[in-house]
Design a protein around this ligand. Sequence first.
Ligand code: PGA
Length: 242
Amino acid sequence: MKVIVVKNYEELSQMAADLVAQEMQAKDEIVLGLATGSTPEGMYSILVKMYQEGKLDFSKVKSFNLDDYLGLEEDNDQSYRYFMNKHLFSKVNIKRENTFVPPAMTKDPEKSGLEYDQKILEAGGIDLQILGIGINGHIGFNEPGPAFVGPTHKIDLSEETIKANSRFFEKIEDVPKQAITMGMKSILNARKIILIANGQSKADAIYKTIKGPISPEVPSSILQLHQNLTIIIDEEAAKKLE
Ligand code: PGA
C-alpha cells in the first residue's frame, strides 16, 4: 500500500487525475472502475480538461461505476448515472454503450448484480478502480456490517450514510434508503486501486483503513489485502496517522 499525503483538495485532484491519465495513456482499451461523490469531482474536471487539450482519448475506454441508489431513474439529478453523465461522460468521447452503472431500476437486484459482475469479467476485469470513502469506512455502498459481501448486491444504507448524503437533497426524507453496489469481489479484483479522501471528517475512516484491524465493520480495511493500492489524502484526512 502506498499512502500519499498532499496539501489540499486541488493537489489531490491533480494527482489522482495524473495517475488516471498515465494509466489511460499506457492502455487505450482500459477498463476503469469509477466512483461518484464530491471527492472525485475535481479529478473528473481535470480529466475533462486533459481531454479537451487532446491529451486523453476515451474512445476505447470502458467504465463500470461502483453503485447507484435503487429506484432512481437515470434522468433523476440525484442518480449516479446522472452524476457521471454530467461530470464526465457527456464531456469526453467515451461511448455511451461502454459506460456501465449498476441498474438502479432493477426488480431483481440479486440477478442484476451477478450480471453486472459478469459484464466486468467479460470486459477483462477492472484495470484501475477509483474509490472514495464514507465517514464510516464504506467503499462503494458497502456499508459496515457482519460480513464482507462479494457480488454486486442490494444494500440498506446506514443512518450515517443517509445523513451524510442528505446534503445533496432538499430534505433527509428524500434520500433513498437502498442502493445497489459493487461488492468486494469486483473491487478487490481490480488490478490497481486509487482511494482518494479529503477533509477532517474522513480522518478516522482513513486511520482505520490503513492501520486496521481488517473487519467488515470498517469495509475499507479489507483493502489492506490488495496488492496495488494507492491512497491519496490531504493533510486533514491524514491527521490521525502520525
Ligand atoms: P464523498 O462520498 O466523496 O461525497 O465524501 C464518498 C463516499 O461516500 O464514498
